[in-house]
Design a protein around this ligand. Structure first.
Ligand SMILES: Nc1ncnc2c1ncn2[C@@H]1O[C@H](COP(=O)(O)OP(=O)(O)OP(=O)(O)O)[C@@H](O)[C@H]1O
Length: 238
């Protein structure tokens, strides 16, 4: 599904420079990974690279294989193929944000089915089924403002999965939740990803929870360089 080697991304200059290095990242369809590390280490930067919204500065290899043949993402960025990247994002990726990111003017049903509608997919019952599996079936007619934070986050998970993505990215999906809700949302999210064979990368502070639900864990560690900037490196599974 994903095959990256020697991928680099830098932001800022001098003492304000931040660089992320991904020496190697291979994920097969259906594999699930948690990326952990302290605040500011680059978890969101990594997810944005995988979400095809941030261009790498360098990449020996950056392949994404949503179907049969690998797609050379680094080449698409170099050729400024924004349209192709946008198509790949909308068809094959699902993204759960830390704070849900739901649209307040749509009800829960409208939020969940949005990605399917934008792709022109017919209603095949998946919205209702996902809502049932994520325990929000009785909330479909409500607006997000009328839900609890945990319910909103489960709607966000359903929305990210409704169009059948091959790769699910979640950026601190449980950071705004109490420990009980955090565990519930993470379990439901990962269970859905597993059931549908979706590859999943979750950025989280909660390493214990990630391990408890059986995710492979990789850590981003930072070092201060002589120019005052910071280099962060994605480690191997630990
Ligand atoms: N748009 C930007 N321009 C310049 N630097 C940025 C930008 N966004 C993030 N950074 C820097 O990149 C580094 C990594 O940020 P990132 O948000 O990826 O970390 P994170 O691990 O997700 O943090 P947190 O856990 O607090 O959300 C930080 O030093 C941050 O200051």
């Amino acid at each position: 599904m994903l095959n990256l080697s020697a991928v680099h991304k830098s932001r800022g200059t001098g003492g304000q420079r931040y660089s992320l290095v991904i020496p190697r990242l291979q994920l097969r369809a259906g594999e699930q990974l948690a990326v952990v590390g302290p605040s500011g280490c680059g978890k969101s930067t990594l997810l944005d690279l995988l979400a095809l919204v941030l261009a790498p500065d360098q990449a020996a290899q950056f392949d994404f294989t949503p179907a049969n043949a690998p797609l050379d993402i680094a080449k698409l960025w170099r050729a400024s193929q924004q349209g192709t990247l946008a198509e790949l994002r909308s068809r094959h990726l699902g993204y759960v944000l830390q704070t849900g990111g739901l649209l307040g003017f749509l009800d829960v049903r409208g939020n969940i089915e949005l990605s399917r509608k934008l792709l022109g997919f017919k209603d095949d019952g998946s919205v209702k089924r996902l809502a049932g599996q994520l325990d929000i079936a009785d909330q479909l007619d409500k607006k997000p403002a009328d839900l609890s934070v945990g319910q909103r986050q489960r709607v966000s998970c359903a929305r990210a999965l409704a169009h059948g993505p091959r790769l699910l990215l979640a950026d601190e999906p449980t950071a705004a939740l109490d420990p009980l809700n955090a565990e519930r949302v993470m379990q439901l999210l990962v269970a859905q990803a597993r059931e549908h064979g979706v590859c999943c990368v979750v950025a989280t502070h909660d390493e214990a929870l990630a391990r408890a639900i059986g995710l492979q864990v990789r850590r981003i560690s930072c070092r201060r360089d002589t120019d005052g900037g910071v280099t962060a490196t994605l480690g191997e599974a630990c």
